[in-house]
Design a binder for this molecule. Structure first.
Ligand code: GTP
Ligand code: MG
Length: 373
């Protein structure tokens, strides 16, 4: 069996077992301690949280325990700066999509059904200080899982709070997702153009939730913006880039691609369609791709504008055709060396599907945030 204890895994990564345990708990696993046995999938996901790669996810029956869970350090060679992945979160109607529209100078909000965001939109935007990949998320309470996913693939969260409204349930929920993932938050106090806007109140309320404004001696940047007039948008982008620069985000475009499924669906004409965020490496048409328990040869790649592309590098959202089934949002994505390996891993995962972490973490994040409300 391909298993390793939490303590063994921590030792391989030269980390304290308690730190690894904390991470596992923050990912939503319950009932674990440092002596718990992890299956290969869990070990792999956990290790990747610390920037390590577990070699050979192939976990075929004949492979030994060590081969399945062997950990090797991420090679620094060939790694270079990559764009930040920024997720926009906040309560329903506080202006997340409008803000992104402003940033993109497009108008997605007008085209959305009823103006309510139904899925995660993903875009790359050229800002004066470089490229940023943005993820929009819905604020409606029904979409907790999408917000949890948004927070799990991101480097920075922009927390949008309407200045004429205040801190609401999904504002708190967004904060808890970001904190669970140890993701820095930049606060966008939006709708500052409105007569009823009270930015001070927002700052006070968020302070009491642990987000202290810099101007009050804290560590969180608050930017007053209006998606309507465009006020403060430049400053918001600057703040985001400042936080990104501190993180020194790196990826290696020469590696095989890895990333996360943002959303997926079955299209009548095109078959399974997966929108993924490439987080490391480069994905190309013709690559063999594994996405959760789905796999296939990449037949076509499409960017966020619907244009066909030959490849997608780090921090790039891309739509993929060619998988044999529809993966689940949140599934890890890996380009693997051949179809046989991919099929084996997919099969193993299908058998283990019930115990995979992403499912568990979604459920318990939901439970967690229910408790906070
Ligand atoms: P969900 O995706 O449903 O959670 O909403 P959202 O946060 O994306 O809000 P959206 O951008 O759809 O905006 C909600 C409403 O607020 C729309 O009618 C916008 O026109 C309006 N709005 C957004 N930003 C501003 C702003 O800065 N000022 C004013 N006055 N109205 C705004
Ligand atoms: Mg929206």
């Amino acid at each position: 069996e391909e298993q390793v204890t939490l303590q063994q895994l921590a030792a391989k990564m030269s980390l304290k077992a308690t730190d690894v345990l904390m991470k596992l708990l923050s990912m939503g696993m319950t009932g674990v301690n440092i002596n718990s046995t992890l299956d290969a999938d869990t070990a792999k996901i956990l290790a990747s949280e610390f920037g390590w790669t577990v070699e050979d996810v192939a976990v075929s029956e004949e492979q030994s325990l060590t081969a399945a869970t062997e950990v090797s350090g991420e090679s620094e060679e060939g790694s270079e700066a990559r764009p930040a992945i920024v997720t926009v979160m906040g309560h329903v109607d506080h202006g997340k999509t409008s803000l992104l529209d402003r940033i993109r100078k497009a108008s997605v909000a007008d085209g959305e059904a009823g103006g309510i965001t139904q899925h995660i939109g993903a875009y790359r935007v050229e800002t004066p200080r470089g490229t940023v990949a943005f993820l929009d998320t819905p604020g409606h309470e029904a979409f907790t899982a999408m917000r949890a996913r948004g927070a799990s693939v991101t480097d920075i969260v922009i927390l949008v709070v309407a200045a004429d409204d205040g801190v609401m349930p999904q504002t708190r929920e967004a904060i808890s997702h970001a904190q669970a993932g140890k993701v820095p938050i930049v606060v966008a106090v939006n709708k500052i153009d409105k007569p009823a806007a009270d930015a001070e109140k927002i700052m006070r309320d968020l302070s009491s939730l642990g987000l202290q404004p810099e101007e009050w001696g804290g560590e969180t940047q608050f930017v007053h913006v209006s998606a309507k007039t465009g006020q403060g948008i430049d400053r918001l982008l600057e703040s985001v880039q400042l936080v990104a620069e501190i993180q020194e985000l790196k990826a290696n475009p020469k590696k095989r691609a890895s990333g996360t499924v943002i959303e997926a669906l079955l299209d009548r004409g095109r078959g399974p369609v997966a929108r993924i965020m490439v987080q490391d490496g480069t994905l190309r048409t013709g690559d063999v791709l594994l996405a959760g328990s789905a796999w296939g040869k990449v037949r076509a790649l499409t960017d966020e504008m619907g244009r066909s592309v030959a490849e997608a590098g780090p921090s790039t959202p891309v739509e993929v055709l060619g998988l044999n089934e529809v993966p689940s949002a949140g599934d890890p994505v890996h380009s693997v060396k051949d179809g046989k390996t991919a099929e084996e891993i997919a099969e193993t995962r299908r058998k283990k599907a019930k115990t995979l972490i992403p499912q568990d973490s979604r459920v318990s994040l939901e439970a967690l945030t229910r408790n906070l409300q």
